[in-house]
Design a protein around this ligand. Sequence first.
Ligand code: SF4
Length: 385
Amino acid sequence: MFKAIYVHLPFCRTICPFCSFPILKNRAPLRKNYLILLLQEIRLWQDKFPNLSKNCLSFYVGGGTPSCYSAKDISTIKQALKIPDSALCSIEINPEDAHLDYLKSIVDLGFNRLSLGVQSFSDQHLKILGRNNTAKQNFLAMEALQKAGIDDFNLDILYGYPDQSLADLDKDLATYLSFNPPHLSAYGLTLEPKTPAFKNIYWQDWNKGKEGLFVEQFKLINISTHQAGLNRYEISNFAKPGFLSLQNLIYWQQKPFLGIGLGAFSRYKKQRFFNYANLAKWQQAINDNQLPVDITENMTNRKILDEYLLMALRRKSGISFAKLTNFLGQIDFYSIFSKELSNLREKMLIKINQRGITLTEKGLMLVDSIILKISTIIDSKLDEK
Ligand code: SF4
């Protein structure tokens, strides 16, 4: 059954201009109603999969801002799902909610990993990002985290946004790393269509001709985290040994997981389920006693392979030829890729050995085009068969 379970709590106090998630403005009546519907959705999934949480290794509460909900509400969700005591339980918390009492009650519920959305320690930049939290709240949150004795935590940070110079990022990194985080997620900001930032001239102008700066920022994060004992294990994720995100690993290893809530998605056997991202439709389905699944996608072997390429190449471990054999049969992958990708190897973008292919730091910055190239080579080999 499901190795990981994810609950999406979509409320945010302010909506960041670059956000492309299905997010709702935080209002108490809406939040209360959402919780009722969410519990109904859990029951509907339990009707379909009676033991859905039996083998759950990782439970994740994300958002949005899950900490808009009280610890009691979070407990209700966890209990409804019957999450086993052995599961690693993680939750995202916004700095403005990270008061000592709240953190302690969350820990008492069995949450052993916290993810704090600090994003920046500059008030000026937090304002540009449209964030609700301030630098002072970030510092207080870190203090509370330490007082609560939470040593397994992640800090979420952003880079590549308007007005942020290399020196600004360097200063921010020094602050993040002074808290000795065992895990750091650093996301380069991209302008997604349909977001206010995408249409905003200020954001658009900033984005123009900044490739050089973004590359330097990407490199700086790698150097600073490495010096602090954190290793990049995926394009945006860095961890000390023993602190890799189990939830992410389950997704990336294509294991079964269940997503519950507005716009959540799940993976089970050779299917993917995408919940409605529209609140009215999600609500209507649940009120009709139907799972709020908008799209059920049957995964062909080729789709599973494409998903594997995408997930594996973004990780330090890269793609394994043994795994490709499972999809494509016995082929001399090493010879084929050594020949066809020799120019990428010469440009120090990839490394190839008898085990498989990994991307270098330089290659990670071009991950999408390299995936496309590998995928095209695979297509041509399939056509020859
Ligand atoms: S806090 Fe996160 S989820 Fe909420 S609006 Fe901002 S980016 Fe989106």
